[in-house]
Design a protein around this ligand. Sequence first.
Ligand SMILES: Cc1cc2nc3c(=O)[nH]c(=O)nc-3n(C[C@H](O)[C@H](O)[C@H](O)COP(=O)(O)O)c2cc1C
Length: 199
Amino acid sequence: MEAAHITVAITGASGAVFGRELLRALEEDERVSRVHFVASENSLRVMAEELEFSGRTNLLEKLLGAAPTKTVLLSDDDIGAPIASGSHPSSGMIILPCSMGTLAAIANGLANSLIARAADVTLKERRPLLLCVRETPFNRIHLRNMTLAVETGAIIFPVIPAFYNRPIDSTEMACQFVYRVLAHFGLPQPGAYVWKAEE
Ligand SMILES: Cc1cc2nc3c(=O)[nH]c(=O)nc-3n(C[C@H](O)[C@H](O)[C@H](O)COP(=O)(O)O)c2cc1C
C-alpha cells in the first residue's frame, strides 16, 4: 500500500474517546503519511463533556497527548481546504463518531460544511467512506439515511464495540473498536484482539 493520506472527522455524537483513539493510532502508523482532521463545532461540546477539554486551543495536542507529527487540523468552515477537492489525493475518510445530523447531510448530498463536502468528494471519487454512526434508538429517518449512504458507497460502521475481549475500560474498548475500523480500511493493527474459540 502507498503511504496513506486519510481524512478523519469527529462530530457531535457521543463517543469522543473513539475519535481520540483513532487519531492516536494513525499518528503511530508508519503506513500513514498525512491525516487531515476536522472537528465539527458541536463535537467540541461533546468533547467538553466526555474528555473534559474546552475550546479549540491546542485541540490536536490535547487529543493526541503530544505534538502532532502528521496530523493537520482543518476548520469545518474552510470549504477551500485540500480535502474539499477530488483532485487532492486521499485514501479515504473515517467519521468517528458520526452524528445523525452529519449522516443526514452526507446521505442527502448537502456538502454544507468541510466534513460533509469531504465526504461527498470521497463518495464521488469512489474512495472508502466509513461512517461510524452512534445513536440509540434509531428512528426511521436515521435508518433511511443509513440506507441512502450505503447505496451511494458509504460503509456504515456503527459504534458498537465488542465485549468478548473483556475490555477493562472505555479506552481499551475504543482502541479495539478502532483496530477493527482500521483493519476494514486496509490498515490492520498489531494490537488487535483476535477471537480464538476453544477447540
Ligand atoms: C453530550 C451530547 C451527546 C450527544 N450524543 C449524540 C449521539 O450519540 N448521536 C447523535 O446523533 N447526536 C448526539 N448529540 C447531538 C449532536 O451533537 C447534535 O445533533 C449536533 O447538531 C450534531 O452536529 P454535527 O454533526 O455537526 O457535529 C449529542 C449531543 C450532546 C451534547
